[in-house]
Design a protein around this ligand. Structure first.
Ligand SMILES: NC(=O)c1ccc[n+]([C@@H]2O[C@H](COP(=O)([O-])OP(=O)(O)OC[C@H]3O[C@@H](n4cnc5c(N)ncnc54)[C@H](O)[C@@H]3O)[C@@H](O)[C@H]2O)c1
Length: 322
């Protein structure tokens, strides 16, 4: 198979590329990435020299560049990981989120239609559903639940999902969508919660906790997400959406305490600060569909891989200071 991976120098995309080339060494992967501040080419160092891996620096919103890229190759599938992904930045600077996450997705969809690509997979998020009250304990969001995004980031991702589904109906494009919960693992930018805690606590600085800290999130190890995406791309039904979560939901406060515990630091580093505007409470998701249809289930134990991930960031920090 020849695949185009957009946003492959970011957190999840780089983990996906490394994982995919380990699993399917005969496949050819092309990574298209703008290299924003969130990208890290070091994450692709292990595959950079392989003959079956090509890196192209470029913007998914650049129609000429994207079409040229498709013109030169025959992609069997396109996996769109490229996005502006930080909710806080979407609150202060929303325009780039609409540009990359909606317009950029549209450019890729158009190219897939024009060049007859067999499968377009959109990496989406549980945030498109909006939130539920903390005491809500009925059925979680199903894939056909209404979309009620709260932040400009979530709204841009929901818009992209709707655009993808419209291309299924109008052009018969073979699209699938995965909506995952919070990922953790190596190579995430230090603006995000887990690496941020490590960086601050290792400098003995206080770690900000939004609001009460009682907002809840589900934590999915990044390789569980990679396996889910691969299963969907290979066997998912055209036009289908799949929720992906690990079933490890906990309050942000508890998660932050676990990260500090893994670092050997105590809770005194945590400091309650003003809440994020529009901060979602939690996103309970029903993941029966991917489990029943595709036989996916999370494989990576939360406690073990949280500790491994924290140790990885700690080591990285030590090396960067050396
Ligand atoms: N991180 C999570 O917990 C999480 C959870 C659910 C869904 N997602 C989704 O997964 C995808 C990947 O997230 P991530 O955490 O790896 O993000 P990230 O911010 O770490 O990486 C995004 C990558 O996209 C690239 N990029 C940004 N704009 C681009 C453009 N215009 N053209 C080409 N490349 C561009 C960046 O350079 C970067 O390499 C996103 O679509 C995000 O919405 C992330």
């Amino acid at each position: 198979m020849q695949l185009l991976i957009t946003g492959g120098a970011g957190f999840i995309g780089s983990n996906y590329i490394n994982w995919h080339l380990g699993q399917y060494p005969a496949d050819e992967l092309v990574c298209l990435d703008k290299l924003t501040y969130a990208a890290n080419m070091e994450a692709l160092a292990a595959v950079g020299q392989l003959d079956n891996f090509t890196f192209i620096q470029g913007d998914i919103c650049d129609e000429a560049l994207v079409q040229n890229c498709f013109f030169k190759r025959r992609f069997d599938a396109v996996l769109n990981f490229a996005a502006e992904s930080h909710v806080d930045t979407s609150i202060t600077s929303p325009a780039i989120f609409t540009k990359t996450n909606v317009e950029g997705t549209g450019v890729l969809l158009d190219a897939c239609v024009k060049f007859g690509v067999q499968r377009f997979h959109q990496i989406s998020t549980d945030e498109v559903y909006g939130d539920k009250p903390l005491d809500y304990d009925w059925r979680g969001f199903a894939e056909d639940s209404a979309l009620h995004p709260s932040s400009p980031y979530a709204a841009s991702k929901a818009s992209a999902d709707l655009l993808c589904l419209a291309y299924v109906r109008t052009y018969g494009l073979n699209v699938t969508i995965s909506r995952s919960s919070n990922n953790y693992g190596p190579w995430q930018h230090t603006e995000k919660l887990l690496p941020k805690i490590v960086v601050l606590a290792e400098q003995n600085k206080s770690v900000p906790v939004y609001g009460t800290g009682l907002n809840r999130r589900d934590w999915l190890y990044v390789l569980d997400h990679c396996v889910a995406v691969d299963k969907i791309v290979r066997d998912g039904r055209p036009g289908a959406v799949y929720n992906v979560a690990a079933g490890t939901e906990m309050s942000n406060l508890k998660f932050m305490k676990l990260v500090l515990e893994a670092l050997g630091k105590d809770d005194a580093f945590l400091e309650l600060v003003a809440d994020r505007a529009g901060h979602d409470l939690h996103y309970p998701m029903d993941c029966a569909k991917i489990k029943n249809e595709l036989g996916w289930k999370p494989q990576y134990d939360f406690s073990e891989y949280l500790n491994k991930t924290v140790a990885w960031y700690k080591e990285k920090l030590i090396l960067s200071r050396a």
